[in-house]
Design a protein around this ligand. Structure first.
Ligand code: 5GP
Length: 113
């Protein structure tokens, strides 16, 4: 049970921007860009390492939901970034897989200070 499961179960509040039977999307509590939304599947996987190939569609749905959201918000054409962190070296802090959508301003080239 992670904090994201508590959000899915409405045990703690979040600013939910999208939900369907398979995934939920809500604003990150500590945004790193003007738009910073987390896309979380309702199926449990602690890390990307735990997603078998026959469940790859779970990741695909997160990515396409993020793109749809960017289009609806009007910044798909100007651009955005999606990120998945994995385990300690990747900076993962919540162990239910999730995809970060960052956008709403020029983000610079990945890794450029
Ligand atoms: P990770 O570091 O695991 O890739 O990303 C976890 C993200 O969850 C972080 O960006 C963090 O700010 C966000 N986060 C942690 N706790 C909460 C919470 O209670 N509510 C929301 N909305 N975001 C959270």
């Amino acid at each position: 049970m992670t904090i994201f499961h508590a959000i899915i179960d409405r045990k703690i509040p979040a600013d939910i921007v999208y939900e369907d039977e398979r995934l939920i999307a809500f604003r990150d509590i500590a945004p790193q860009a003007p738009v910073h939304v987390l896309f979380v599947p309702k199926q449990d996987f602690a890390t990307l390492n735990d997603v078998p190939e026959d469940a790859a569609i779970v990741i695909g749905r997160l990515a396409t939901a993020a793109a749809r959201y960017a289009k609806a918000q009007g910044f798909a054409e100007s651009g955005y970034r999606i990120v998945m962190n994995c385990n300690g070296d990747g900076g993962q802090t919540v162990f239910q897989i999730h995809l970060h959508l960052l956008g709403g301003a020029p983000l610079g080239h990945f890794g450029t200070p």
